[in-house]
Design a protein around this ligand. Structure first.
Ligand code: HXC
Length: 514
């Protein structure tokens, strides 16, 4: 072969590999409103930054006539690139090649790029579009998943791991995402389940669609498996880019610094909280009035909306925000909101992202359902996560801070570095109504006008305890501040806490109430 012929031969091989499962399969993928695997990678990464590896890897299956099948790249594309200039490792399963199913070599490619990401300490992004373990490869494909799960666990807390669900992901294809930090889903395209409709029909005789078992909305709203929900793939890719730009590259690096901009809130911070303590408001208005550019990137927006979590920046530095949402269930902590908050707190702590807490909640949700679902076990996760977090952690009590909620939401006793309270704060064992009914029950019952007596006792209790000054008089609240001072106080608190150090008793690791 002349030199030129070598080059042409290489180009032809690459062209064939790029066709994945062939034109027909690619067209079918497109007809479902899905981009193909390489297009997805290119759309996420900076222009011309993608470099591919292992393009010519071949599968090694020999049973079921598999040796006759050419599976291009063994159904997965791996490579490196950049997002807004920051390096990332990435892989994308190609559903057009044997349904993106995972055989031995497919898994080795994913493991190779995961190992690389961990070695060079950069985020790994996995685009999942797969029927799960390749049935024809038997235990080799199970071993392949095991190797991925192990790596997910080793990389946890060291590099950000993002999973994008862009197709029907079944079996092993959903457990790797479940072990990663953030899962992205897209309406009509993402499906996640451990067994698909045909298995459910065979085993249980029940008919369900893929959408019903595990569509995008189910995972964004009901199961809590997904952290970001988008209407289409391009919107999803914008979310990925935004998140990568907010996160530190690894647990040793600070978050990328962006030139700070003052908030541009839609509401005056003094106008947000209604004067009637029973009326709700949107805690996101408070967050928007405090963070740079009023830009708050919410995580798990549709799941357990009684707590709000997400990222923002304060003077250009990324912070994690945990806030009760008074307009949903009065912002109570229940099983789901506790899980949601606790995991996020641990994420921020792993990556050195300071935590800001905005509190307005009447406590843990009472009721037989919650008790039986394990609100004790789930609620304890919040206590554990805040106590354990060693990043700077600062609380602002906006209004209600009652009972267990007061303690759980990063109180002084969980080792908050600073606790501020607005003058509207009510810090007490429980709300004035409940407290008056218990403490003054006899006086109310014995009164000639029980309703008037109840109102009087509620007012008396509110006056005495439902304010920030009792807690401030004991030093549990560091300062009662005006709402307009909030941003300045938080920025100062973050700046002075930068080199914070915490000393723990010697241990291998604790045993959180998982
Ligand atoms: C081998 C597979 C496959 C698999 C799909 N294909 N899944 N090949 N192993 N697991 C192949 C199909 O044979 C087909 O090949 C092509 O991919 C496209 O699949 P279709 O069924 O035509 O596509 P669609 O109708 O869109 O359905 C997609 C699907 C369905 C819902 C994912 O294929 C399905 O239910 N697959 C099995 C899912 C499953 O139960 N996986 C669990 C595996 S066990 P051709 O050649 O016809 O184009 C597992 C255990 C790990 O993962 C446990 C870890 C904890």
């Amino acid at each position: 072969m002349s030199f030129k012929k070598f080059i042409l031969d290489l180009r032809n091989r690459k062209k064939a590999a790029e066709k994945g499962g062939g034109d027909k399969a690619q067209a079918k993928q497109k007809a479902m409103g899905k981009l193909n695997a390489r297009e997805r990678i290119i759309a996420i990464l900076d222009d011309n930054s993608f470099r591919e590896y292992d393009m010519f890897v071949e599968h090694v299956a020999r049973d079921f006539d598999m040796e006759k099948k050419k599976l291009q790249g063994d159904g997965v594309i791996i490579g490196t690139g950049t997002i807004n200039g920051a390096p990332v490792c990435i892989y994308a399963q190609d559903f057009t090649v044997a349904g993106g199913s995972l055989g031995l070599m497919h898994s080795r490619k994913i493991c190779k790029i995961m190992d690389h990401a961990l070695k060079i300490r950069v985020p790994i992004i996995g685009i999942n579009d797969s029927g799960g373990a390749r049935i024809q490869e038997g235990v080799n494909s199970l071993a392949g998943y095991g190797e991925i799960f192990y790596r997910n666990t080793m990389a946890s807390g060291v590099i950000p791991q993002l999973s994008v669900i862009l197709g029907p992901c079944a079996g092993g294809a959903v457990y790797s995402p479940a072990l990663t930090d953030f899962v992205f889903v897209v309406e009509n395209i993402s499906k996640m389940f451990i067994t698909g409709p045909s298995v459910i029909k065979t085993v249980l005789g029940e008919d369900y669609t893929m959408e019903e078992i595990g569509g995008a909305k189910i995972h964004a709203q009901v199961t809590g498996n997904a952290h970001f929900y988008a209407q289409n793939e391009l919107e999803c890719f914008e979310q990925i880019k935004k998140l990568v730009t907010l996160l530190p590259r690894n647990n040793q690096k600070g978050s990328p610094h962006i030139a700070p901009c003052e908030p541009k809130p839609s509401k005056d911070i003094e106008e947000i909280v209604p004067s009637n303590p029973k009326l709700p408001y949107d805690i996101r208005d408070v967050i928007g009035a405090v963070v740079d550019s009023s830009d708050f990137f919410e995580v798990m927006e549709h799941f357990a909306p009684n707590i709000v979590i997400g990222f923002g920046r304060m003077k250009g530095e990324t912070v994690g925000i945990v806030a009760n949402q008074p307009k949903v269930l009065a912002g109570v902590l229940d099983c789901d909101s506790s899980d949601k908050a606790a995991r996020f707190i641990r994420y921020c702590d792993s990556f050195g992202i300071p935590l800001l807490v905005f509190e307005d909640m009447p406590g843990y949700l009472p009721g037989i359902d919650q008790e039986h679902m394990g609100v004790i076990r789930h609620g304890a996760k919040v206590l554990y996560a805040f106590s354990e977090a060693s990043v700077p952690k600062i609380t602002v009590i906006i209004r209600k801070a009652y009972g267990g909620g007061y303690i759980a939401m990063n109180s002084r006793h969980m080792r908050a570095d600073f606790v501020f309270a607005w003058p509207t704060a009510e810090i007490a064992v429980m709300g004035p109504e409940g407290a008056a009914n218990i403490v003054f029950r006899r006086e109310i019952e014995d009164s000639v006008d029980p309703e008037a007596m109840r109102a009087e006792k509620i007012a008396e209790y509110r006056e005495k305890f439902a304010n920030p000054y009792v807690a401030a008089s004991k030093g549990y609240v560091d300062e009662v501040i005006e709402p307009t001072e909030t941003r300045d106080r938080l920025i100062h608190a973050l700046q002075v806490s930068r080199d914070k150090q915490v000393y723990w008793p010697e241990k291998k690791h604790g045993v959180p109430p998982f």
